[in-house]
Design a protein around this ligand. Sequence first.
Ligand code: NDP
Length: 303
Amino acid sequence: MNEAQIIDGKAIARRIRERVALEVENLKQKNGLTPSLTVILVGEDPASQIYVKSKEKQANEVGMISDTIRLKADITEKNLLKLINELNSDISVNGILLQLPLPEHIDEGKVIFAIDPLKDVDGFHLVNIGRLWTGTKASIPCTPSGCLQLLKETLGDLTGKRALILGRSNIVGKPMAALLLNENCTVTIAHSSTIDLADRCRESDILIAAVGRPQMILGDWIKPGSTVIDVGINRIDASLNEKNIDGKPAKQLVGDVNFEEAKLVAGHISPVPGGVGPMTIANLLRNTVIAACWQMGIDEPNL
Ligand code: NDP
């Protein structure tokens, strides 16, 4: 039996970062502009701290200016909004990223919608959501953008493909649906109230899994030869014998798809880790360069 081809997200993301780095150098030489990204981190959430460090490191590696503003978890909403207004009017800041989640006393929507849509490199502002759904130039959320790039690198033209997106969050599922519609796919969005979920999955040429349930999608849910993109990032206990240096049971990273079963049925599959994950930060850097060009009235580069 032929096994699925593995979609190498690390390699595809590396190529995006290389193009971004070239464009950053080009903007420096030709326009005297060094794109800059400011990340706002509120509180001490350990996962957020790791993500932010990685964003900083990769932004520096492509030659951008990167700044992280670390704020105490008890900052008031008013003061956070004030900071965002200051960053909006600071012409040396091209991209603003608000690391989520925020502490409960802050209204996430209110703060996100305070970010200037031209600096909204996460693509979460209502203006950018509206632009995406109307097929106009928009800042596009980084993870679904990465899924689309994986699909296009793998399949080329997506016209006419039947796509099922499992998950309807504002940051993955819904923007993913808009992107695939814009590529002329026939799109279904499934969620926790979907009836006959396995049957719906089995009808799809493209299956995007963004549920946050470890290894939920089994091999027999998958249409033979189809393309499976696994967005899920779940930490589960590793095998009984594995221990960390500190003696605690080791954790293993798995996706929403049962990879071992799925690879025997699918034509192409993205692994976890090494699939969608690396694409997200690569697209954050890409969005920052594009945002800098928009703000300077420079033609958008083809990244
Ligand atoms: P959310 O929790 O916001 O959304 C999950 C979605 O899955 C919801 O629409 C929910 O349905 C649906 N769902 C949950 N359980 C079931 C079920 N049993 N059957 C059918 N549908 C179900 O998650 P996110 O979109 O934020 O993230 C999804 C996954 O992607 C997570 O593992 C997350 O860690 C990962 N992720 C990875 C990123 C990356 O960079 N690779 C970036 C962002 C997320 P309903 O709406 O009905 O509740």
